[in-house]
Ligand binder design. Structure first.
Ligand SMILES: [Cu+2]
Length: 752
């Protein structure tokens, strides 16, 4: 047994040594061709599933774009992941390839009791069966929990235009904009969620805004509550209005009171600059102002003189010691699978599960807002990345296909990018002084990382999602928040809940929280979880007994049950969170990977408050559970619009309090930050300081730093007899400077 462990350790070392000596390409082979098992559905596969469903006449399907709620339509088609045991059997044991299936969500609106049903459709690429996927036992997907669709927005606009006709003059007088015959001076709205106060409701507060560049920052002071729960849009009603601090029961009441001079109105100035001499709109990106030292030339670029140093084989990425497969899941976002370093598995899956933003405010829309973004198509809003801005020009840009509220696959060009970049800081370096004005040697390993990136633009906000791979076996995930803040109309009372950002604008306080699933497989699926911390001891100084020594000692805790390994916010999270294999390294330490969390998140909602049921994962910066197929996702498309009775309740994953020793473990990580908007959030929240994430780092996993295999090391030896320093390097010095490709950006995404 021991021999096997030792031989594994030494084999890897020997491979490195052989590679350095032989100067050849790495000989390690991983079955990349097999990784197609994780690949997102292709456009052809989506089409095949869609046409298979359309041909099932008993489903009575109609196009999604048909502007009615009373229809049956396919809302979403995405990959249905096979069971992990089947995938591992295929990848590791030569078992048969798991059946490829799609998950299809159908909204059955054309019936007396409308419902949502999820199906498995397979086998791909030529499907011939359909199987209902049941939600958790005892739960059914309520009709009101479905995400909003383009058809529903169409109907909402129609209904709103009709209902608020009496307010036409009021709008013109107070905003200069309107909903009718408006041309360049139109009003629009932002709807907030959750939509109501209890399960079964679909009552949305709409913030009426002037439709100008950055309209999110142009509330008019009017918010409207609309009940749009019925499948017959003729039943939809304006229930209430709020204008500048006061509630009104109907548009007619507000119009009448306005005509009577009984409304405390705020007349907004014209937001559109009349001439080019005037400064641009405050919500615009257009340049204004001047730096003390203006810069008039373009900045540094990344060049790859020898082309990319990573390889992309289908959906699998190979880079130095790393290999992994990626998936851009339409519903929830970026996932990576089968993460290997040096041919050994470290994680089976690392994936984004949910992103929420929970607000406070004085206006009804402000106090109502609890955005749970998977319910807004978090994984589908992956719009085009700009070379040189969103990713370096040298990046490989990858398209994505989503079927979300459409009638066929939609191509999102350049939705993902993959690139290597210099970090600007050495991975390791040392100046070995001879303390006589010279050195014995200098050595450094250039800092490079590989980044896989996508973004989600959820209306006003943009999330940038990164998976970052370092050559020393460290992997990092990061979420940067940017885009427009969610803002409401300024009233003096609003200052309790935010910051005044403009004459009529309040940036509302909110907390961003992101949930990740980290299915660690540290050298196999049998892992344990333990923490290390320090404890001070006060002992008699052994070499000076009249004195004492106060020093830290190591304190290790082994966790045996899920509840024990669920850390609440407010509780101190030990600094060293270790996922360990039963294998030991040559020094008898368990081969482990460490989870290191970078976050400023806190408990936002008290456990048990109504909407908190949808985000019970947000109670825990870290919870460790035993792998279960029924616990693949901590949230769902439906948690947003029925947070009171959601189909997925993370807390239930912990209820059976399973054993977690020598088991297949999953770490669930919550990261986030409190965002108190400030004037510099105009026009947009900036990425510096607004990123959170975590790292997984080897801890006694390798016999030594595995980046020793990198050829980017440079060693300088002091002058020899001829007076020259000797520079030792493993790749030729780069004297070229290739020009990057010219800037290109398209900006469209189209059905295919
Ligand atoms: Cu924010």
């Amino acid at each position: 047994m021991k021999l096997t462990k030792m031989s594994r350790v030494f084999t890897w070392g020997a491979v490195l040594l052989m590679l350095q000596m032989a100067g050849t390409e790495p000989a390690l082979r991983t079955p990349h061709d097999k990784a197609g098992v994780f690949a997102d559905l292709s456009a052809q596969e989506i089409k095949a599933v869609h046409s298979f469903l359309r041909n099932r006449t008993e489903l009575g399907l109609q196009p999604s774009k048909k502007v009615t709620m009373a229809k049956n339509s396919v809302f979403l088609i995405e990959l249905l992941l096979p069971k992990k045991k089947h995938v591992l059997n295929f990848l590791d044991k030569g078992g048969k390839s798991p059946v490829r299936e799609a998950r299809a969500i159908i909204f059955f609106g054309a019936q007396e009791h409308p419902n949502i049903t999820e199906f498995a459709v397979g086998p791909l690429p030529l499907p011939y069966y359909i199987r209902e996927l049941s939600p958790r036992p005892g739960h059914h997907l309520s009709w009101s929990s479905r995400p909003i669709s383009a058809a529903e927005y169409d109907l909402l606009f129609h209904m709103l235009r009709r209902a608020i006709t009496p307010l036409h003059q009021f709008f013109l007088d107070t905003t200069g904009f309107s909903f009718l015959d408006c041309d360049a001076r139109c009003l629009t709205f932002t709807d907030v969620a959750p939509r109501g106060v209890e399960s079964g409701q679909r009552r949305s507060w709409l913030i009426v805004q002037r439709y100008v560049e950055g309209y999110f920052l142009h509330p008019t002071g009017l918010e409207i509550l609309v009940d749009h729960g019925s499948t017959d849009d003729q039943d939809w009603r304006v229930e209430k209005l709020w204008y500048n601090g006061k509630f009104y029961d109907s548009p007619e009441e507000l119009a009448q009171k306005y005509a009577n001079g009984e409304v405390d109105t705020v007349v907004l100035g014209d937001p559109l600059p009349e001439s080019t001499e005037q400064p641009p709109l405050f919500s615009s990106y257009k340049r204004r102002g001047e730096f003390p030292m203006p810069i008039n030339v373009s900045g540094p670029h990344i060049v790859q003189p020898n082309g990319p140093r990573y390889k992309l084989e289908g959906h699998t990425v190979i880079y130095g010691g790393w290999s992994f497969s990626y998936c851009l899941r339409t519903s929830s976002g970026l996932q990576i699978f089968n993460v290997l370093f040096g041919g050994e598995r470290i994680a089976y899956e690392v994936s984004v599960q949910e992103a929420v933003a929970l607000y406070g405010g004085h206006t009804p829309a402000g106090m109502q807002t609890k955005y749970i973004d998977v319910g807004w198509g978090l994984g589908s809003v992956t719009h085009e990345l700009a070379p040189g801005i969103d990713c370096p020009e040298t990046a490989t840009f990858l398209d994505a296909f989503h079927y979300y509220d459409s009638d066929g696959p939609v191509r999102y060009p350049h939705a993902l990018c993959l690139f290597e970049m210099p970090t600007g800081v050495p991975l390791r370096r040392h100046f070995n002084s001879n303390f006589k004005g010279g050195f014995n040697f200098y050595a450094g390993l250039k800092g490079y990382v590989l980044v896989l990136r996508t973004t989600s633009t959820v209306y006003n906000y943009d999330y940038i999602w990164d998976f970052i791979f370092y050559p020393n076996g460290v992997m990092e995930t990061k979420m940067h928040a940017t885009g427009y803040v969610h803002a409401t109309f300024y009233t003096p009372e609003g200052l309790r809940h935010g910051t005044r950002l403009q004459t009529h604008l309040l940036g509302n306080i909110h907390t961003h929280l992101v949930h990740y699933r980290v299915d660690m497989d540290v050298a196999g699926t049998k892992n344990s979880f333990q923490t290390l911390k320090t404890k001070l001891e006060n002992i008699t100084n052994p070499w000076s007994p009249s004195h004492s020594v106060v020093q830290p000692t190591l304190e290790q805790t082994q966790y045996s049950r899920e509840r024990q390994a669920s850390f609440r916010f407010g509780q101190t999270l030990p600094k060293y969170l270790l996922f360990s294999s039963p294998q030991k390294n040559c020094w008898e330490h368990r081969r482990s990977y460490r989870l290191q969390i970078h976050s400023m998140a806190e408990q936002v909602l008290p456990p048990g408050c109504p909407e908190e049921r949808a985000v019970t994962w947000a109670r825990y910066p870290l919870a460790v559970t035993k792998y279960r197929e029924s616990e693949r996702y901590s949230s769902s498309l439906y948690n947003q619009n029925d947070p009171w009775d959601p189909p997925v309740v993370f807390e239930e994953f912990l209820q059976n309090n399973e054993n977690i020793e020598e088991e297949d473990l999953v770490a669930w990580v919550t990261v986030g930050f409190l965002h108190i908007p400030h004037s510099e959030d105009i026009p947009n929240t900036a990425t510096p300081g607004n990123s959170v994430g975590f790292l997984i780092r080897p801890f006694n996993f390798f016999p030594e730093d595995p980046s020793l295999a990198s050829r980017d090391t440079v060693i300088v030896w002091p002058r020899n007899k001829d007076g020259h320093n000797h520079v030792q390097r493993w790749v030729p010095e780069d004297r070229d400077c290739l020009r990057p490709p010219p800037f290109r950006y398209n900006g469209t995404y189209k059905p295919v």
